[in-house]
Design a protein around this ligand. Sequence first.
Ligand SMILES: *Cc1c(COP(=O)(O)O)cnc(C)c1O
Length: 387
Amino acid sequence: MKNKAPQTAIIHSDYKAPEGFAAFPQAIHHASTIIFKDVAALRSGEWKDKNSYTYGLHGTPTTFTLEARIAEIEGGERCLLAPSGLAAIAMVDFAFLQTGDDVLLPDNIYNPNRVLGNWLQEAFNITARYYDPLIGAGIAELILPNTKLIWTEAPGSVSMEVPDLRAICAAAKAKGVLVALDNTWSAGLALRPFDLGVDISMQALTKYQSGGSDVLMGAVITRDRELHDKLANAHMRLGLGVGADDAYLVMRGLPTMKLRFEAHDASALKVAEWLKKRPEISTMLHPAFEDCPGHEVWKRDFTGAGGLFSVLFDERYTEEQTDRFVDALKLFKIGYSWGGANSLCVPYRIQAMRRGWQHGGTLVRFYVGLEDTADLIADIEQALAQL
Ligand SMILES: *Cc1c(COP(=O)(O)O)cnc(C)c1O
């Protein structure tokens, strides 16, 4: 169109930037509307195919690229992004559960996943039952004709029991039940879920993938096309799109994730080894330590541990004392989540969270960041003196 008014020209500019631009970062495509070249293209849009574009919610080159990279990390084929790890969990539940179905969850599951399970039960007439995370092949006895999904988490991110995923998956497969894994703890680096028989892997990209403590995002990864399509339906119906800037932030963290994970892993082991020798601590709930339930399974199935572990204080310390310890820490900040550079610490009332918890003593969870390990140990030492 010739002779446009300036107000139209700034919206419909004729300028085109030169072709041939090349750089390492993935371009950030901001879009709600995606433009179709003609009506035929609009009508032919198959939004589930990742080889075309229909609407910002269903993907842009930025989000498709991040999805492909996340899927590759754990040997999956396809991935869907969600605005948080919890939204990714909800996508799985809404994709595979309907009224009258039954879902099994480990008793140490990430607590918001349990809250969601309880809501499914109360509001949607889906039964949510909880099992001992160390049940292994015994899960077979809990599977009912209407059981459609078994959630697992390896390990549970507070009490740290490592489940026998091979045994759970084998029992589930024999009865045609899907297994979903919250694989956030290992970032998809230290555990290959699909090789163990897991059908659906879920990640909170909020953690190590981003690495910046500055973005919330989740992912659901599959190998099976049919499962992916069901997830894509739930993703679309629930409107779980992610913003391009957030996708970029996660992509910016990805190339260094393995190096960061290994650094967290090595530092956490040093801090945990130091803590293990302390008389104030009764139990190391770190999968690389023999005290930790499921340690043998961890040795068999995992190649690392990352920065997150818990300890139990000796029963002679009251909660008031262990709270004083947490308050006295200076480098370890009090806060949820993990995966960034900063060390964190959270006390949990585990006896109220876990049915049949056998131990006394306060549970305190540590996340070991990227600070100098000697400084972190000195910080813990001065805080222990406040007990
Ligand atoms: C953080 C976390 C989630 C949820 O991720 P958000 O992005 O914070 O919603 C889920 N599972 C585990 C194990 C987590 O640590």
